[in-house]
Design a protein around this ligand. Sequence first.
Ligand SMILES: NC(=O)C1=CN([C@@H]2O[C@H](COP(=O)(O)OP(=O)(O)OC[C@H]3O[C@@H](n4cnc5c(N)ncnc54)[C@H](OP(=O)(O)O)[C@@H]3O)[C@@H](O)[C@H]2O)[C@@H](O)CC1
Ligand SMILES: Nc1ncnc2c1ncn2[C@@H]1O[C@H](COP(=O)(O)OP(=O)(O)O)[C@@H](O)[C@H]1O
Ligand SMILES: [Mg+2]
Length: 277
Amino acid sequence: MKQVILPRPFKSHKGNFGRVLTIGGNENYGGAILMSSSAAVHAGAGLVSCATDTKNLTALHSIVPEAMFINYQNDVELVNAVDAANVLVIGPGLGTDATALKILQKVISNTNTKQFIIVDGSAITLAAQEPALLEILATRKTIYTPHQMEWQRLSGIEISKQNNIKNALKQQELEATVVLKKYHTTIYHTDGSASQLEVGGPYMSTGGMGDTLTGIIAAFLGQFHFKNYEHVVDAAVYAHSALGQELAASKYVVLPTDIINHLQHFMSNYVQSTIQK
Ligand SMILES: NC(=O)C1=CN([C@@H]2O[C@H](COP(=O)(O)OP(=O)(O)OC[C@H]3O[C@@H](n4cnc5c(N)ncnc54)[C@H](OP(=O)(O)O)[C@@H]3O)[C@@H](O)[C@H]2O)[C@@H](O)CC1
Ligand SMILES: Nc1ncnc2c1ncn2[C@@H]1O[C@H](COP(=O)(O)OP(=O)(O)O)[C@@H](O)[C@H]1O
Ligand SMILES: [Mg+2]
């Protein structure tokens, strides 16, 4: 992470730090996409747009006024927003009904190979049943972020049988990065290597914690440009849990919004401590 979170160049503007589009949040799960969008803003994404249900418009503008709103049921608005983005997050709170599937298909079929696509939550559950979508995603810079049940749906490997060898085999078939979230999350990279997280703990087991992670990954990919983008994914996953662990020193549970509210300080401290060394 030390090598990834860098001081910002003076000659820069918001367009240099990522155009992130978050897609999800149905009538019932608006919070999920709001947390993803807010995490992206607080982790430094230059521009964030949120494609969601119209019911979430007021909440979005009051909780994260930095983000722009897109009506995800308006095909023209949605496709234009996908076109303009360089990092996409799809899935937090999207739901798994026919509307959600239609939005997922519309988004994935309009992506290009330059974009990063973070596929989470409901989008993983839906894509697991749609070979045509998995095929497109295999040609993109895709990062799946499943919890163990979502990974069971996507990989066909039962939770009790999930291990590094089986997981890596399936991940290689998907031709994508897989962040398998659990106590000590494992990240399977496209080159066949894997990294194991050694920070974070059960004080992070609150609904919305994974939704928040998607926004951090998106912001990191949008602003930190490395040849091997999977180092950036590793750093984002590490930052999320390292910050959780730091906050847990004085909190019994760490909420997704606690993580969001401390991201700016955490990243600043990291840059300061790296510069001083
Ligand atoms: N505020 C909001 O708007 C929020 C909205 N959200 C949105 O909701 C949508 C559905 O996502 P989801 O994760 O809640 O449901 P689903 O995919 O059915 O998985 C749950 C099932 O899997 C099982 N399970 C086994 N192992 C597991 C593990 N390691 N981690 C987790 N679960 C595990 C688990 O077993 P059990 O709990 O019964 O033991 C249960 O049977 C998605 O779009 C998400 O973004 C949420 O983020 C919450 C905040
Ligand atoms: N016991 C735990 N130890 C470490 N991290 C945890 C633990 N429980 C949950 N987390 C973290 O919280 C997040 C949960 O993700 P997810 O289940 O997708 O949440 P949600 O969909 O509710 O946002 C993951 O980043 C996971 O690593
Ligand atoms: Mg989740």
